[in-house]
Design a binder for this molecule. Structure first.
Ligand SMILES: *[C@@H]1O[C@H](CO)[C@@H](O)[C@H](O)[C@H]1NC(C)=O
Length: 279
């Protein structure tokens, strides 16, 4: 029997088919092998591997404690923000300062209950640097806890009319209030939603309720500065996060003032301030 020239060799066919199948399998390994079955408390990443850091538990995480906040350390913030530390700041405010009868260590610690990650991520030193940085900005923003409201705030316009998600309410001012001087409708709106007060219709709450006031500062901090300082980028980028208008040579004096408070508080807490102090 003469073999037909164009008859396909079944072996060759199966090799070719097998190659195609393994190419497809290879492709699916890249997209994800669907093969996790991780131990408890491990996340299955988008690629099908087990782990606990944000590469696994962050976007695309398939199973396990997805989107879980990073675990906290065993720091007790109240042990670092001692009465002596807190009073060392507020005692420098003059007796006639409105903030003196408004801000207190107790309200700060109470507000912290809603922000369990604050000062509790990374090493002990990371915790101390975050606390030093937070109080450095608060000291600068409020003049050692003197001011509750921005000076002449009511005369200034902090309404971003283009923001339709958090529209300004007539005759309400979104000027600086509280420990980090929350400003703008686009911050009052989401802060109010998160903390549960009417940020757009009753922004003055930030100047009348000290617990809400501290929560707005922590809310802003956790959303804008926390990950900068805890990831070791230094103090300078937190200035940019809080008031970027000072950076790039536009107001070196205020940047220096913030950094001096930060190095002072770092040394009080017994931690090196690190590099990258300005922006
Ligand atoms: C550091 O801060 C404390 C208040 O916490 C203050 O009494 C002291 O004078 C500051 N030191 C310097 C060098 O600024």
């Amino acid at each position: 029997m003469v073999p037909s020239a164009n008859r396909q060799n079944p072996l060759l066919t199966s090799i070719l088919f097998g190659t195609l199948v393994s190419l497809l399998l290879l492709e699916s390994v890249v997209v994800g092998d669907g093969n996790c079955g991780c131990a408890p408390n491990f996340c299955c990443s988008q690629y099908g591997y087990c782990g606990t850091d944000p590469d696994y538990c962050g976007p695309g995480c398939r199973e396990g404690p997805c989107n879980a906040p990073p675990s906290t350390n065993d720091v007790t913030v109240a042990d670092i923000v001692t009465p002596e530390f807190f009073n060392g700041i507020i005692n420098q405010a003059g007796a006639d300062c409105a903030g003196k009868n408004f801000y207190s260590r107790d309200r700060f610690l109470e507000a912290l209950n809603s922000y369990p990650q604050f000062g509790r991520v990374g090493t002990q030193d990371d915790s101390k640097r975050e606390i030093a940085a937070f109080f450095a900005h608060v000291t600068h923003e409020t003049g050692h806890f003197c001011y509750i409201e921005e000076i002449d705030g009511a005369s200034k316009d902090y309404c971003d009319e283009t923001n339709s998600q958090y529209p300004c309410v007539a005759n309400k001012g979104y000027y600086g209030r509280g420990p980090l001087q929350l400003s703008w409708n686009y911050n009052y709106g989401p802060a109010g939603n998160s903390i549960v007060f009417d940020g757009l219709s009753a922004p003055e709450t930030v100047a009348t309720d000290p617990l809400v006031s501290f929560k707005t500062a922590l809310w802003f901090w956790m959303n804008n500065a926390h990950s900068i300082i805890t990831s070791g980028q230094g103090f300078g980028p937190t200035v940019r996060a809080i008031n970027g208008g000072e950076c790039d040579g536009r107001n070196p004096d205020t940047v220096r003032s913030r950094a001096e408070y930060y190095t002072n508080y770092s040394s009080q807490l017994g931690v090196s301030a690190g590099d990258n102090l300005t922006c």
